[in-house]
Ligand binder design. Structure first.
Ligand code: BYC
Length: 313
């Protein structure tokens, strides 16, 4: 087949909703976009374990501790499915992880904020996992097969995560005055960073147009953000709490909630590495990688020994 025929075959598959698989021909730019997005997504899952891990030893009960541990382990699993999906595009796991540790690769801005109180664990589950699901449900239909299939499994686990977060806040919202205040304070601090998870405005998004054309993304950053605001503006009423936005109001004509302007300067500042916890997060990942070095070396030595024995036999 000529280059034009290959490209046409690829575009026809995308148009007909046939998944692109690892051995199929694909444009180099499509492959690169996927490697970028999937690896950033994997890094987000792994770095995302850190703010929550901060509360494992201080969870208020054995039950809450067991639930939090299970949730954090799920995030590690999500990272692994996604690193494996990225590997199907011809990049090694080592190089992808090196890019994270050297600060070259991005991960979601949200994980550069600190978890100051137990209520933050509730706010992360409800708002952060809520925003993640909103984005990831669409990614279950993404055009690249291994990414779409990883997303189906991840979304099932994420819905449990969101419910556990809402449950934490629900209990606090019915508690003492101090617990209610802690609940409101966590919502105040996590609301705007959660909206930033959806990425820049469509007009400032570098990759959206091409990613939508290739059906990697099925909805734009602004569309998903609006859906999220509409959902949370209703759910917050069940908690008897408020969202920290004086401009939030239902718009009859649009049939959507209007909301205030995001602080984009803060967003880009965090993305560029200058958020409250960027340095601390990367430091923690580098330390974990160093401390795990002997495990990787032992696994490689063990595999080589088994291989030698097999060949000798
Ligand atoms: N933070 O052209 P755009 C989770 C970057 S974790 C940092 O719109 P795109 C969880 C963007 O990368 C869930 N950077 O990009 C885990 C690009 O820079 P580069 C994480 C951001 O890719 C533990 C530039 O800005 N979810 O669930 O079309 C505990 C221009 O943006 C951000 C995913 O990763 C950001 N927020 O759209 C709890 C989902 N936003 O690469 C929960 C998969 C944008 O050119 N990713 N940038 O240097 C996506 O869906 C898309 O990549 C995005 C951005 C919607 C995030």
């Amino acid at each position: 087949m000529t280059a034009q025929e290959l490209e046409k075959d690829f575009l026809d598959k995308v148009a007909d909703e046939i998944k692109i698989e690892p051995r199929d021909w694909m444009p180099e730019a499509y492959r690169k976009t996927l490697v970028r997005q999937i690896s950033q997504h994997a890094h987000s899952e792994v770095v995302g374990m850190l703010p929550e891990g901060n509360w494992i030893t201080r969870a208020p009960s054995l039950k809450r501790k067991a639930i939090l541990l299970a949730k954090i382990q799920d995030e590690a699993g999500h990272g692994l499915y996604l690193y494996a999906a990225a590997e199907t595009l011809g990049v090694s796991r080592e190089s992808t992880i090196d890019d994270l540790l050297s600060g070259k690769a991005k991960y979601s801005s949200i994980f550069n904020y600190p978890t100051l109180t137990w209520a933050d664990i509730g706010a992360i589950g409800w708002l952060v996992d809520g925003a993640a699901i909103m984005n990831q449900v669409m990614l279950c239909r993404t055009s690249y097969g291994p990414y779409a299939r990883a997303m189906v499994r991840i979304c099932k686990e994420e819905s449990f995560h969101q419910r556990q977060g809402f449950d934490i806040l629900h209990v606090l919202s019915k508690g003492s005055d101090a617990q209610k205040a802690m609940c409101q304070d966590s919502i105040n601090r996590w609301w705007w960073p959660s909206l930033m998870m959806f990425g820049p405005r469509d007009s400032d998004s570098t990759h959206s147009d091409q990613s939508m054309a290739w059906k990697i993304k099925r909805m734009s950053n602004d569309e998903l953000r609006q859906k999220f605001v509409d959902m949370i503006a209703e759910q917050v009423k069940v908690l008897g709490m408020t969202l920290p936005d004086p401009d939030l109001r239902w718009n009859e004509e649009r049939e959507h909630y209007d909301f205030g302007e995001i602080n984009w300067e803060e967003f880009w500042n965090v993305v560029k590495g200058n958020g409250p916890c960027n340095r601390e997060r990367l430091e923690a990942r580098r330390k974990a990688h160093e401390e795990g070095r002997w495990v990787r070396e032992a696994a490689i030595a063990h595999a080589a020994k088994k291989n030698r024995r097999k060949q000798a036999a």
